[in-house]
Ligand binder design. Sequence first.
Ligand code: B12
Length: 485
Amino acid sequence: MAVKKVQLICATANVGRGANDGVYYPAGLLTIANALQSEDVEAVVDDQHHSEIVIRNDADIVGIQTSSTLCHKNALEIAQAAKNAGKLVVLGGPHATALPGQILRNRPEIDFVIRGKGEQPLVELVHALEGKGSLGSVPSLSWRKKEQVVHNPGDSKVWRYDKYVPLPLETLSCGVGRYWEAYHKVINPQTDYSFLIFTHFVCGFRERRVGRIEPGNPFPVRSELTGEPKFCSFCALQDVAGPRLSKDILAELRAYLDTWNIPKGSRVALKCYGDNIGPQGKLVADLVRKIGGCAWWNDYHFSWTFYCQSSYLSKKLAEDLARIGTDCLFIGFDSINDEVQRLNALGTSRLTHNKAVELCKRHGIRIQAASVLGLIGENPDSLEENYQYYRGLLEEGVLERINSAILFIIPGTAAYEMLVGREVWIGNLDLLPTDKIREAWIKHFCPHVNLELLREYAEKIDDLSPGPHASMGYESSRFKSRKTF
Ligand code: B12
């Protein structure tokens, strides 16, 4: 078959929502769009956060992103609509990567799953469908060969983000302006434009705990000896590759400013979604130097937001982050209780949290605090400790927001593996019923609390948020009344 056009779709979560949902364009679909366009295949990116999804008549393939288990239900509905319209359907993204076998066994409407980074595999799938190669040689492809599900090996080539930037923002069917509007409305009205600028990939903490991660290979999330989590029990990161070069980061930014005619004097928010800037001190120091020598940097008012684990925020790093114009740090406090942090291998403590808060205050950096309730060992006292801590932070005036979440079990995490070890039936599912799974989790791993108590505290913590509100993995009453979204 000839493949002229691929429709790429970002499915929204159907359980609660994150404060940033719909605020940032889906980078992973845009890098894929870039790769397809380099092969003269047209690509269009539709984002369910901004428009109702309609399967396009002229699309030969429909590729759907299922970022998380919380988006999988919507992704499946879109897949069914695409199949009804006679399209070939490809699923990719972190959730699909974690459960390719389950998805292909349970969902006839899905033809292919691409695991991990999708640019080159999708290009090679297009070639194979056009008769210029075989399905068996497409890297990271999971597919049905007769009745058998086959998982092709991954690609051993190192993935490079720089190959796919600047991102082709013009392929976003809703227009990039919709994301700028969303940023302005939801996150910060003092902003004119916003761009996703990854400075690095991977979490150095996770790497330190599991060793260097090879592209295409699964890595251990639990200790073989004790069965305990090797790094944050709820983290499903699969990223490969490390820091980018400062010159490439600035060149990417310059390209957006030029392409989108961003006037001098504009307030431009830059978001790095790389996980944990903490271990990237060398990169940040280099950015300080490059920005210092950059002729156009002061023509705009740039403000950065990074994610940082509290245990990695040193004096020097905080100073350097402030020097490049960091306005906010997203800090996953997750839990405040030391024992809960230890049991969940978070690599932090109440002390490191306190130190990070002090450094942020000293450098005028606002904190986006993340809270996750229902971790291993959660109990009524630890819930109260969390709540009191966030109250304290609010009083100190250092918070930009609190992201309030109740743990939901994500395939590919230690939490998922531990639960499947106790409740084998869950291992066959590709669509995880959030609350039912959560009840099973609570029974085994935090039996001193119940879902009602977790909800109560999640709402109390969310109510403290002075900025945007989240309802991660549950629906708060605020979310239900839709007053603030
Ligand atoms: C940016 C981001 C977001 C953004 C944008 C998401 C988006 N649509 O792209 C926002 C804020 C909206 C977001 C929201 C959520 N996120 Co998020 N997010 C990330 C983050 C930090 C980076 C993703 C990214 O842009 N990476 C860079 C690009 C280049 O890579 P990529 O997106 O992974 O895409 C590549 C591959 O996955 C693959 N691929 C992706 N889609 C497709 C589709 C096809 C057809 C193919 C072939 C391949 C393919 O190819 C891409 C290119 O190489 C990741 C963590 C991480 N480091 O991966 C978490 C992460 C993806 N998010 C996660 C979660 C849980 C969520 C939420 C459910 C949270 C919530 N609100 O409750 C929501 C749901 C999103 C939604 N669609 O509604 C989890 C998913 C875990 C899981 N396995 O289920 C992650 C892994 C974080 C974690 N710590 O575990 N998120």
